[in-house]
Design a protein around this ligand. Sequence first.
Ligand SMILES: Cc1ncc(COP(=O)(O)O)c(C=O)c1O
Length: 359
Amino acid sequence: MSNVDLAKLIKDNVRSLKPYSIENIRSEVKLHANESPFPPSKELYDLFAASLKNFPLNRYPDPDSKNLKESIAKRLDTKTDHLVIGNGSDEIILLLLQVFCMEEDTIIIPDPTFAMYAIISQSLGIKTKNIPLDSNWDFKASLILESAEKNKSRLIFLSYPNNPTGNCFSETEVRKVIEQFEGIVVVDEAYYDFSKKSFISEIKNHNNLVVLRSFSKIGLAAMRVGFGIADPLIIQEVNKVRLPYNSNMLSQSFAEHLINNFQVVQRQIDSILNERSRLIDELEKINSITVFPTDSNFILFRTERSADELFTHLIYNGILVRNLSSHPKLHNCLRVTVGTTNENDRFISEVKAYAMGDE
Ligand SMILES: Cc1ncc(COP(=O)(O)O)c(C=O)c1O
């Protein structure tokens, strides 16, 4: 029997981490995680099922995700040596921090932004400097660049569009950061399919730019596939710290089918974009709600009354959204993912029912 003082063994930076809380409340309508509301189409399932028969499940997966990279390279008009596949784009965030940052380094992130940049950094003993976003959830490049210089930063993360605010930052300001920063700029385009705005074409001019993409928002969240696009030298170094079989065979194969049959997914994306406009229109009709502009598959909104109460009301009615109210800049804010027409109808009708109590 052992009774080792485990707490004493755990690194301070890990012990002080707050666990990343994912709302795991069972609910019929899940509008909290920015996933696609649509499962992959039958067409994609059939293709995948057919390929499943030939899977050598007793063998390790392709360590280089060669076929998937070839499919992505073709679609994005790039070369496979510019690509790295991750177990979700989360993994690439981790790998980039491992490659470029040492313990006690400071990275720069806007605030609010995607929580994992800070969480993964802290787990590695890397500090984060938050640059507060302005009232349009945007920033001035000079503020980011000054802070990066002062903190001798090697890495800046920009979520584009930004989660949880939903908007793309000013293109000019992002461009200034890429052009003027003497370190790595990671432009995280996890929501690219809903914004259609990208910096990929800048990679050939800027060897310090890394773009991240994800399959999680377009129907494959369960498969955990994301990828990075960058100068081959960066990819080469990332590959040194990447675990050899980080991407499994099923995920590689499903993602490959999805990329090669993108028209099927595009129909789902189009439907999400239509529903997004409808949701915005409906939410804007409610006086006590302020809707923030979005380029993503989710919408951030602020309620005049307590967002906690609205969140609870929605939960009681089987609808789960993301409650962001505890963030100082997101007081009384909730984030809703665009769902199917039915899901959105249910959400809107419950928000209206709740708001009627106010008016
Ligand atoms: C901005 C941003 N980047 C990355 C991710 C992680 O995506 P993945 O599922 O590919 O790890 C998310 C997930 O919500 C996100 O919002």
